[in-house]
Write a protein that binds this ligand. Structure first.
Ligand SMILES: [Zn+2]
Length: 258
């Protein structure tokens, strides 16, 4: 899983919005036992049901969680870029229910880098730091908002529009207009048949939205793709605003000691 480990500098840490929202004191405490890893596309960081020992703070790229149901169907249930973390919210959750395994397979969707902190170290600081609790709550609030805004996507939005949204999201997180993905990967994340994806992509190619290449898609018109997206595309504007702000803040006057 770990490909190349690099020392975590302040500049690297600030690329992640959760870490960048902390004071130097709290961030340094957290990073005392941290490492930076390269995220290679397709790497599985955690299998579904497996108990994680780590909290991942992406600084670039994109991590996704794919939940596989008993009937063999699957759907993406976690999308986490540099605005968030994987494993921070479960560390802060209640003791009941006790099930602690991952809700899905955690996989690198877009290559990049992440800072990894041991879960027990994160939990120890979370117990002592009102500040870390507050920033984790801000991150959790954003995750809940995203889920609420997209919860009807798989049931009520048309497949073609959903694919356009997913490709627009990948374009947002990616470094250029070449998106490394496959028909099978899109089908798995969206929980649809691969044939439906192929049909939609052929239509996109005819309309010159995309150019299909081996294991990647060239986005010829990100604007047209965005316009063709389902109404969930407003979440991309929210993400863009969050990335531009560079900080997670709670819109409350919540203060005090923990
Ligand atoms: Zn949608």
């Amino acid at each position: 899983m770990t490909l190349q480990q690099v020392k975590v500098t302040r500049d690297i840490a600030f690329k992640n919005l959760v870490l960048g929202s902390l004071s130097d004191i709290t961030r340094n405490q957290l990073l005392r036992e941290a490492k930076c890893i390269e995220l290679r596309k397709g790497t599985i960081l955690l299998e579904q049901g497996q108990v994680s020992n780590s909290v991942y703070f992406p600084t670039s790229g994109l991590l996704i969680g794919i939940h596989e149901a008993h009937d063999g169907t699957s759907i993406g249930n976690t999308v986490r870029g540099r605005e968030g973390a994987v494993g921070a919210i479960p560390t802060a959750r209640t003791l009941h229910p006790k099930r602690t395994g991952a809700m899905g397979r955690l996989v690198v969707q877009l290559p990049g880098e992440a800072i990894v902190v041991g879960k027990s170290h994160f939990a120890k600081i979370l117990n002592d730091s009102f500040e870390l609790l507050r920033v984790t709550l801000a991150h959790a609030a954003n995750v809940i908002k995203w889920h609420e805004e997209t919860q009807n996507c798989s049931r009520h939005h048309r497949i073609e529009n959903r694919i356009a949204y997913w490709l627009s999201l990948l374009f947002f997180y990616g470094s250029d207009d070449s998106i490394p993905t496959t028909h099978a990967s899109i089908a798995e994340v969206l929980g649809v048949r691969r044939e439906s994806v192929s049909m939609a992509l052929r239509k996109f190619e005819e309309r010159e939205f995309i150019k299909m290449e081996r294991s990647k898609l060239q986005l010829l018109s990100p604007e047209l793709m965005r316009n063709y997206s389902c109404e969930c595309e407003t979440t991309i504007s929210d993400l863009a605003a969050l990335h531009a702000a560079g900080q997670l803040t709670l819109d409350t006057k919540l203060t005090g000691s923990y």
